[in-house]
Design a protein around this ligand. Structure first.
Ligand SMILES: [Zn+2]
Length: 460
């Protein structure tokens, strides 16, 4: 089972196996390495690896200091099966997420048939309490998400389709009744984390996501500890194979996790690659505030170029259509017909960006993403400029990508100064720029995005 170079395992995965991070734990017995599908009930020193495919935190506070304070019920899967690990803890310090690679050492496997100790989807279980028992242990491998180990879904052979796999359309139209039904979906959007109070009066978290395949869209809602998994996921990229989802059919399917659900994150299968590439083609939606493409245009060269070509908007359109792959730079002379600085400032939307696929606005140069809680830099909202025109055409609001330098030349102030400008001064700035003729140095990379001009300098 140990990896050799060149077999597709990442160096992190090899490192994880050869040198488990919790080096202070040394096994005091010999443990047999087994695949999950080969586990059998009974006492035996065993070790196995797999991916976290479902988990649930059962908090059971006890006043006795030696006693466990709760249990993480984790379903761990590989391509041979799934097993339930009941991980008891005194310190609630364990952190995991769907898709994480895990290694378990244990001395006993039990059968959870007819009990609530393990779900039907993974009836074999092991109970471990590593903080108190020397003979069992668990390692959650860090940085293991992108590796390939244990990424093949259950019973997946490349030459055949997975039993029970259906499209979202078929699922919605009655496929949910099929035993072991599975859907393969791509994450479309990740909502904000919300707090809710359950029947017992405890507060917990939930997160609702949009998912889709080539036939339909659905929602997927996660509750409790498993919500944190979404911070490892990326819209239009992360693909989930969901087996036995909880469901409610409404206008569209509303999926959730129940005890029998298994989620394979970015499974190693051809269909997943196909779906991801479809997602990337479909969702090539326009970023609300695309970053300046510094790697595409050499503005220094343009600045010092001996030939400076003045284009009309009609010329650009014609040139870009005739030479769709050509990258070209030049100047346009245009009027700004509308400015929305004051309105947008009042709406607290002067600066913007996208993080985790969600638009983020504020009247400050950084903002906090509601999804990942990271502080991200914001750029000036291009919508403060309304349509621009010349004698031959028009470019609508938000279609220009200004470099930081170009913004500063146009507005006469840095982003930091802009967000701290009085409303009266902003109103004056609007009046000064309205119907002003400006020369804009532009670049156009021509790849089908006529109208999205990159402005690298402004001359008034
Ligand atoms: Zn984010």
């Amino acid at each position: 089972m140990l990896a050799t170079p060149g077999d597709g395992f990442s160096s992190d995965e090899v490192e994880a196996v050869l040198n488990p991070p919790s080096a202070q734990w040394t096994p005091i017995h010999d443990y047999d390495e087994v695949h999950i599908g080969a586990l059998e009930p009974g006492p035996k020193y065993l070790t196995f690896m797999g991916r976290v495919v479902n988990f649930y935190d059962q908090v059971k506070p006890s006043k006795r200091p030696e006693a466990a304070q709760g249990c993480l019920k984790i379903m761990i899967g590989d391509d041979t099966g799934a097993v339930t690990v009941r991980l008891w803890y005194a310190n609630p310090d364990y952190e995991t997420h769907l898709g994480q690679l895990v290694t378990v050492w244990t001395m006993h496997i039990s059968h959870g048939e007819q009990s609530s100790l393990a779900p039907n989807a993974a009836p074999l279980f092991t109970s471990i309490f590593p903080e108190r028992e020397r003979s069992c242990h668990i390692v959650f491998h860090q940085n293991s998400d992108n590796g390939t180990m244990c990424k093949k879904p259950y019973r997946c052979k490349d030459t055949q389709t997975i039993p029970g796999l259906m499209t979202l359309r078929n699922f919605t139209d009655g496929g949910y009744d099929v035993d072991y039904c599975k859907v393969l979906v791509c994450v479309k959007s990740i909502g904000a984390r919300k707090k809710y109070t359950n029947k017992n009066g405890n507060t917990s978290e939930l997160i609702s996501m949009g998912v889709f395949d080539d036939t339909a869209e659905a929602s997927l809602t996660l509750y409790g500890a498993v919500c944190g998994s979404t911070s490892h996921w990326q819209p239009s990229h992360t693909v989930l194979l969901i087996s036995n989802p909880g469901w409610r059919i409404d206008r569209m399917a509303k999926l959730s996790l129940n005890a029998n659900t298994r989620i394979d994150v970015d499974p190693d299968m051809a269909d997943a690659l196909w779906l991801r590439s479809l997602a990337q083609r479909l969702t090539k939606k326009e970023h609300i505030n695309p970053p300046w493409p510094s790697e595409i245009f050499d503005t220094e060269e343009a600045e010092t170029a001996s030939v400076r070509i003045l284009y009309t908007l009609a010329d650009i359109d014609e040139f870009a259509r005739a030479n769709p792959k050509e990258r070209f730079m030049g100047y346009i002379s245009v009027l700004i017909t509308e400015l929305n600085i004051v309105t947008i400032f009042r709406r607290q939307m002067l600066m913007s960006t996208e993080c985790c696929g969600i638009p983020l606005y504020a009247n400050s140069t950084t903002g906090k993403c509601k999804q990942c809680d990271k502080h991200v830099p914001l750029r000036i909202n291009p919508k403060i400029i309304g349509p621009i025109i010349d004698e031959t055409g028009q470019i609508s609001s938000g279609k220009l990508i200004f470099s930081d330098t170009a913004w500063e030349q146009l507005l006469g102030r840095t982003p930091e100064q802009l967000v701290n400008t009085d409303l009266e001064v902003l109103r004056y700035l609007e009046q000064r720029l309205l119907f002003l003729r400006v020369s804009l140095g532009f670049g156009c990379d021509g790849v089908g995005e006529v109208g999205r001009l990159c402005i690298w300098c402004v001359k008034m």
